[in-house]
Design a protein around this ligand. Structure first.
Ligand SMILES: NCCCNCCCCCS
Ligand SMILES: [Zn+2]
Length: 670
């Protein structure tokens, strides 16, 4: 299993800049790279990465995307006079040339390809290339938006040609639409391009009609181009997460890529003069985490935009720290997506429902939306400006520093019955060392008035000992094999330190009943995925999910996780995630590992997995997920059962009054 995070950077790419006056280009400065790299060095993150040398791209590599005419023209720029450079620049939009920019553009592509090599060969698990000039706006025969060569588009073609990558997912979280990438792959079903971008009904650069949600790709590529327009500024963390849960992740898992490229632009962060959004830098820790179990963890992030030097540096650090495997606290008070984003999400899901079975049950767009589309086009004629923006200048906007992250010395502790081997790299935890007799008495008092079943008692104490070490942040997460998972659940809820259990997300996988004393204690959110219709009451804190084919239904299970469990978990923001595998759950190993991997984005990674002691075969795979190994790819998901999808949709529509992050469509105004 590949490990390690690559970091590609070379100060040579700082050696070009704007040589004349152009208000549209003055924000693209060399300091963007130096502040990012220096922040990684200062925080000690750079030292934890595997430094990979950059190189120049070859002509052949550049020609994977660009025309010979364009390449030949750019080759002449190093020898141009200032006047010639200005004249040459005139033919393109919002970009500038410099005698050294061709050299730097080759290094940006070369760095990207070195990163792809390192990940595809397994030298590292994932990585980031800090490059300039950026790439996602440049086209076959045109420079655009500070971009000369399309780094990520070339990277995708290179991965398919050299490594036989079948399906490449490109996630473009930059605040601008990477039209260059869209044009490159719009008829290619092997490259799924996802972009969100400031649009304001075509009033924002690059002001393209084809940046809207109804550009879904062409011919064989139909369905493989996803545009999420931000029609207002000021988008927040909840908006970004809602789009991941209700648009990107369900489709990305259905697409099942064997490589993820991120056009990592950070002009979508707060303080950026271009984006004018309000999402805080720590959101990139979670966006990164949510992508890290795709493609067996093969993720290459390539810098695009980001023009506020403070939020850029913080966002880069947040991304790298998560690539390195460190857990992140959730952003504070996550709510639901705003009205405008609800419309965008609904429009995108509607435009793509015919291509992706996970979107099949998207409700029709309200009539108002459809007419609004034509209305908006009408409005273009008037070119009316979006409403007045924040009066403060971007430099004056302040936001809290991203929170420090806990990194417990022990990643995974295990409480196992005698005779069960401790999985590699895990630390065995036994009560022999830890809790005072107080806990033992408490447990004895609760569980064993009469019989003194030593074995069970010891197992429960081992479990509590593990949780006490988790509460002290000596241990990040844990795995316990127990005789009776129901009893163990009750024991955890009763005896674990309250710092962990004041809000517990309890995820039960498989048939079986959960002790009601748990679901009524007001400090638990239960999500129970099983094959049986909900017997007990359904409530805000008790969410039964029924998969008619049971937990062995990979597609249904993943859609329940991505579109229901994760949004609930992020909004609930638990102190502990208790993941329980009920006896005979039938859940398949790789789905179980996906779940154990994804849930570690919550509770700062404090996940406790409970399994029946006879599931020793699953102890190894579960431990590897808890240790941070990416879950195996699921392969192409089978078709979703209509009844399950509909039931899931109904469940979300019922619960969204209480859980706003479940909102994903604009229901017809009453
Ligand atoms: N207000 C200045 C207009 C700049 N328009 C081009 C932006 C390119 C971003 C590349 S990520
Ligand atoms: Zn941008």
């Amino acid at each position: 299993m590949a490990a390690g995070t690559a970091l590609l950077y070379d100060e040579e790419m700082t050696k070009y800049k704007l040589l004349w006056v152009d208000p549209a280009c003055k924000i693209e400065v060399p300091e963007r790279l130096t502040v990012s790299h220096e922040a990684l060095v200062r925080t000690g993150l750079a030292a934890r990465c595997v430094s990979i040398a950059v190189r120049e791209a070859t002509d052949e590599e550049i020609l994977l995307v660009h025309s010979e005419e364009y390449l030949e023209a750019v080759k002449k720029t190093p020898y141009m006079t200032l006047e010639d450079l200005m004249a040459f620049t005139q033919q393109y939009g919002d970009v500038y040339f410099h005698p050294n920019i061709y050299h730097c553009a080759k290094l940006a592509v070369g760095a990207t390809l070195q990163l792809v090599d390192s990940v595809m060969t397994g030298r590292v698990r994932n990585g980031i290339a800090l490059v300039r000039p950026p790439g996602h706006h440049s086209q076959k025969s045109a420079a655009s938006g500070f971009c000369i060569f399309n780094n990520v588009a070339i990277g995708a073609r290179y991965a398919m040609q050299k490594y036989g990558a079948k399906r490449v997912l490109i996630v473009d979280w930059d605040v601008h639409h990477g039209q260059g990438v869209q044009y490159c792959f719009e008829d290619d079903p092997n490259v799924l391009y996802f972009s969100w971008h400031r649009y304001e009904h075509q009033n924002f650069w690059p002001n393209l009609r084809e940046s809207d949600y109804d550009s879904v790709g062409k011919e064989k590529g139909a369905g493989f181009n996803i545009n999420v327009p931000w029609n207002k500024v000021g988008m927040e963390n909840s908006d970004y997460l809602a789009v991941f849960f209700h648009v990107l992740l369900p489709v990305a898992y259905e697409f099942c890529p064997d490589l993820v490229l991120v056009s990592a632009g950070f002009d979508s962060a707060i303080g950026d003069p271009e984006g004018k959004m309000c999402a805080t830098p720590d959101i990139f820790a979670h966006l990164t985490h949510l992508l890290m179990n795709l493609a067996g963890g093969k993720l290459c992030a390539v810098l695009e935009g980001g023009y506020n030097l403070t939020s850029l540096a913080q966002s880069v650090c947040q991304t790298v720290q998560t690539l390195l495997g460190d857990p992140a606290p959730l952003p504070a008070d996550l709510g639901g997506p705003c009205e405008s984003v609800l419309k965008s999400i609904h429009c995108v899901r509607s435009a793509h429902k015919q291509y992706w079975s996970c979107l099949k049950y998207t409700a029709d767009l309200p009539a108002s939306e459809l007419s609004a589309k034509s209305l908006k086009v009408a409005e273009q004629k008037t070119g009316n400006e979006p409403e007045a923006q924040e009066q403060r200048s971007p430099e004056e906007i302040v936001w809290p520093e991203p929170p420090k992250r806990l990194c417990p010395p022990v990643r995974t502790a295990v409480a196992l019955p005698e005779g069960v081997a401790c999985p590699d790299a895990c630390k065995r935890c036994s009560s022999a060392e830890a809790p005072s007799s107080l806990v033992l008495n408490r447990i004895r008092g609760d569980f064993f008035k009469e019989s003194e079943d030593k074995v069970t008692l010891t197992a429960l104490c081992d479990l509590i000992a593990l949780l006490e070490r988790m509460a002290k942040n000596e241990v990040r997460n844990g795995l316990a094999l127990v005789q009776d998972v129901s009893m163990a659940m009750v024991c955890v809820m009763q005896h674990a330190p309250t710092s962990l259990t004041n809000r517990v997300l309890l995820v039960c996988v498989g048939d079986g009943c959960v002790p009601t004393r748990i679901t009524e204690d007001g400090k638990t959110l239960l999500v129970h995925i099983s094959s049986t219709e909900a017997q007990g009451q359904k409530s805000k804190h008790c969410v039964p999910v029924c998969l008619r084919k049971g937990c062995s239904d990979v597609a249904g299970f993943m859609q329940a996780v991505l579109g229901l469990l994760l949004p609930l978990g992020y909004e609930y923001n638990p102190g502990l995630v208790l993941l329980v595998r009920m006896p005979g759950s039938g859940v398949c190993e790789s789905v179980w590992q996906q779940l154990a991997g994804l849930l570690q984005g919550l509770a700062q990674g404090h996940t406790l997995v409970l399994m029946q002691e006879n599931e020793t075969a699953s102890a190894g795979p579960t431990a590897s997920a808890l240790l941070g190994s990416p879950a195996p790819m699921l392969g192409l998901l089978g078709n979703l059962l209509s009844e399950d999808l509909e039931a899931l949709e109904t469940l979300r529509n019922t619960l969204q009054a209480d859980w706003k992050l479940l909102q994903h469509q604009k229901v017809e105004e009453a």
